[in-house]
Design a protein around this ligand. Structure first.
Ligand code: NAP
Length: 490
């Protein structure tokens, strides 16, 4: 342990056991694993390591409690979420520090994520009381249709390390609001935020057994037996497309309801007629939010030939001014990447682009320090064939590709199996709508560099996923529709 003062306190205060059936427990096999600080590579603490037996204990609790939880008054379900929202906001500073320590993002960004995460709980606290059904008369007039919405049932939730708190609340919020019990398996690299969230939900009055949280080094050993068990009825996953595909396959055996929020390869289109200041600002947000480790990160920046050189110059200037360092230090804007493997991948993609003719405008290599730092990088004249054109970079590297025509930009932008989000900068309204309609993505940032909002339906098409999280449709993912045909009505 190399942490001190405030850092030590937030680490000490978070529970390190498994959260099963409303209580904190040691794992059946007594195992633990280490959680590291990616800015120093040092060990922060050890947490309990769940195995298959623990997973079944969590499942038993979820199944046992499901019928009573489904009947729990929606208003009270909403009030639990509302209290949890308030507790998250009251503890925003401590929770942000905890997240920075395990994940690396600068504290101000971590605070932003706590607010974003809390807002999912607030949004779904409001949705809990707006689950509506329907009533109608059959076309022949001889029957009535009563349509009701019911919780889908015990749900398996799997989340990634890049947004350790928000990816949890984006699933737990609608599950609780809909009346589903849930088991959360957080990412191995960032279990502390999820454990802190379980503590808060318990304090907010969540009945025992409604939620279990299982950090583990054996992701498959915890999730696969449950997905194949038959008692889990829903699988909701956020993470890479490869793992998502595997879980979708496993979910097919019991024909589970599935929601998948997968990888992205966002194109960021800047047309000659764009407000260049706004486009550079938007590119900084779309690229550098979360150190570039976001599914929504601008992965390919397409700049029209009239502004490409000036755009690259201005972007490079801004990127070159960013301060890299440990996320707990004052003024730091870019933290470390999550691990050595992530940094090697980023370096490989930069080297490949340069070998194919790209020019390094700024950055281009690792930064000093014991952690996995990488310098904010801008590459210009990137050929479309470069490997990073169809690989998620997941780091602070902005490749700029020059294009001539709208059709060419659209063809290149859509030339990927991913379809999460795209960004368009133009001041021509016709072009804005035309291009937005033709982009094959679930979301478009039109003259804005951030699309994430709890009140909006977040999600992708193609290999970027199935279903939506947030917005009015977010709760639908955790509800089934039942229709009751009423006969004998005169
Ligand atoms: P990942 O490797 O797919 O891991 C995501 C989660 O799946 C982790 O909890 C991981 O556990 C677990 N997992 C890995 N293998 C598994 C298996 N065989 N069975 C069950 N669970 C398994 O992704 P990541 O590296 O953490 O996150 C980055 C990816 O997430 C990127 O592709 C990014 O685009 C995507 N993402 C998408 C969204 C979205 O909303 N579309 C949001 C955020 C991130 P371990 O930690 O133990 O490996």
């Amino acid at each position: 342990m190399v942490v001190a003062g405030h850092e030590e306190r937030v680490i000490t205060e978070v529970a390190k056991q498994l959260f099963i059936g409303g209580e904190w427990r040691d794992p059946a096999l007594g195992a633990t694993f280490k959680v590291e600080d990616p800015s120093t590579g040092s060990v922060l603490c050890e947490v309990a390591d769940a195995g298959t037996d623990d997973a079944f204990a969590a499942l038993d609790a979820a199944v046992r409690v499901q019928p009573t939880w489904a009947k729990h008054p929606p208003r009270e379900r909403g009030e639990i979420l509302r209290r949890a929202y308030e507790l998250l906001m009251q503890r925003q500073e401590d929770l942000a520090l905890l997240m920075t320590l395990e994940m690396g993002k600068p504290v101000p960004e971590a605070k932003g994520e706590i607010a974003y995460a809390a807002d999912f709980l607030r949004w779904f606290s409001e949705e809990a009381v707006r689950i509506e059904g329907g009533f109608s008369t059959a076309p022949n007039g001889q029957a009535r249709f009563l349509i009701m919405r019911q919780p889908v049932g015990p749900s398996m939730l799997v989340t990634p390390w890049n947004f350790p708190m928000a990816m949890g609340t984006r699933k737990i919020g609608p599950a609780i609001a809909a009346g589903c019990t849930a088991i959360l398996k957080p990412a191995q690299q960032t279990p502390l935020s999820a454990l802190a969230l379980a503590q808060i939900l318990r304090e907010a009055g969540l009945p025992e057994g409604v939620l279990s949280v299982l950090p583990t080094t054996d992701a498959g050993g915890v999730t696969e037996p449950l997905l194949r068990d038959g008692r889990i009825r829903k699988m909701s996953f956020t993470g890479s497309t490869g793992v998502g595909r595997k879980l979708l396959e496993q979910s097919s055996e019991q024909v589970l309801r599935t929601s998948l929020e997968l990888g992205g390869n966002a194109p960021f289109l800047v047309f000659d007629d764009a407000d260049l200041d706004a486009a550079v600002e938007g590119a900084m947000q779309a690229k550098m939010r979360n150190i570039g480790e976001a599914c929504t990160a601008a992965n390919r920046i397409y700049a029209q030939s009239g502004i490409a050189a000036e755009f690259s110059r201005r972007l490079s200037e801004r990127m070159g001014q960013l301060r890299v360092g440990r996320g707990t230090e004052e003024g730091v804007q870019v933290g470390p990447l999550i691990d050595a493997k992530a940094r090697e991948k980023v370096q490989h993609l930069v080297d490949d682009a340069v070998d194919r003719g790209a020019r390094v405008m700024v950055g281009g290599g690792p930064d000093e320090g014991a952690g996995y730092f990488y310098r904010p990088t801008v590459l210009s004249d990137v050929p479309q064939e470069a490997e990073l054109s169809d690989t998620e970079i997941f780091g602070p590297v902005a490749p700029v590709i020059t294009f001539e025509t709208e059709d060419e930009a659209l063809a290149d932008a859509n030339d990927t199996e991913y379809g999460l989000v795209s960004y368009v900068y133009t001041s021509d309204l016709n072009r804005a709508l035309r291009v937005s309609e033709r982009l094959e993505t679930g979301m478009v940032g039109l003259n804005q560099g951030i699309v994430s909002n709890p009140a909006a339906p977040f999600g992708g098409v193609k290999h970027s996923g199935l279903g939506r999280e947030g917005g009015r449709v977010g709760i639908e993912e955790f509800l089934e529709t039942k229709y009751i045909g009423i006969g004998g009505v005169d």
